[in-house]
Design a protein around this ligand. Sequence first.
Ligand SMILES: [Mg+2]
Length: 432
Amino acid sequence: MSRNLAEIAKEKNIRYFLISYTDLMGTQRAKLVPAAAIGTMAKNGAGFAGFATWLDMTPADPDILAIPDPDSLIQLPWKPEVGWLAADPWMNGEPVAQAPRNMLKRVIAGAAERGFQLKSGVECEFFLISSDGEQVGDPADRQTKPCYDQSALMRRYEVISEICDGMLALGWNPYQNDHEDANGQFEMNWDYNDALVTADRHAFFKYMVKSIAEKHGLRATFMPKPFSSLTGNGCHVHVSLWKGDRNLFEDENGELGISALGYAFIGGIIHSADALTAILNSTVNSYKRINAPRTLSGATWSPNTVTYSGNNRTHMIRIPEAGRFELRLADGAANPYAMQAAILAAGLDGIQSNRDPGRRLDINMYTDGHLAGDVKKLPLNLLDALRALESSKLLTESLGAYVPAYLKLKHEEWNEFSRHLTQWERETTLDC
Ligand SMILES: [Mg+2]
């Protein structure tokens, strides 16, 4: 263990620790442990009944023990006497293979064996809405093109600055905050980092935004498409692969400053895109963000085809500058850990198999997509995506026990959704 939590508690005046793990549906589960008891917990883990959370277990399974990672410690900026710790679930003396953080660590270790380190940054869009969830929290936020709306941003100054101050205090190097393309929607950006660090911060960011919004009488949502006429919540991921201090995607002689290895990684993402969608677009609602019709602002800003481009936001992958690309596929519901693992696994396969990403398209995909010829479309719904994941030998092998467990839970979710009779069906079918 690299850091002694009992000593850290004394140094930093931490009274309680939240020992927290993220389950397969992305829900964070925690126990609140007094600092006096952290010594034993740090060693043995905090006990949970696995079946009571989304880990694909049964009530007969023994307790899981969530062992905190001391390097992940984050003092809650809005309640510094509490320290949040990302934890790794264990059972019967082994890491629980399907638990998302364990799975990401495994994929990262496999990459490290080949000398690769994934670094990534995430752009977690969210809405601030009324606490009943029915409408945008700010009734004055009504512009048709509300992106970067200065007044709407500043009417939420108290919330946004409190979150940003928190990130500053935590050393995440936040550098900008803005009002996004939908009424009530915001985005806050901080520095990219090692994929596990980014995943932990991504998980914590969601918790922090929700908690601080609540403090201000609002509700924050990362739901992919909470309002049908407005732009949805994306979670764009900026990706680069490193060896020590060297960014392996950077090549000044490469097309758009991207190396051959970078294009092979992109080729891997393109090759596995439909299966990746099951993980990066993990809810029934996700498919109302991708493949969506135009929103009130004029564009959805989300992809509908498996294509890549230069600095052009109408494709699944954008190469904004040398040395990195932006994957615009994932949404606010994506599991922070599974998302990074799936991207890395698909990209490594691209390198291993030297996959060709195909032709770069520089057209406006929203208006001129028909000119692109026979390009691959993204899955139209969760079921199609789950079936694509099921038949992806690559992701099934590289993500291990996570995939069958995830597929089982998600098929159950799809079945439950399918049993719902909607108003739309009644309106369109009643007079058949
Ligand atoms: Mg954005």
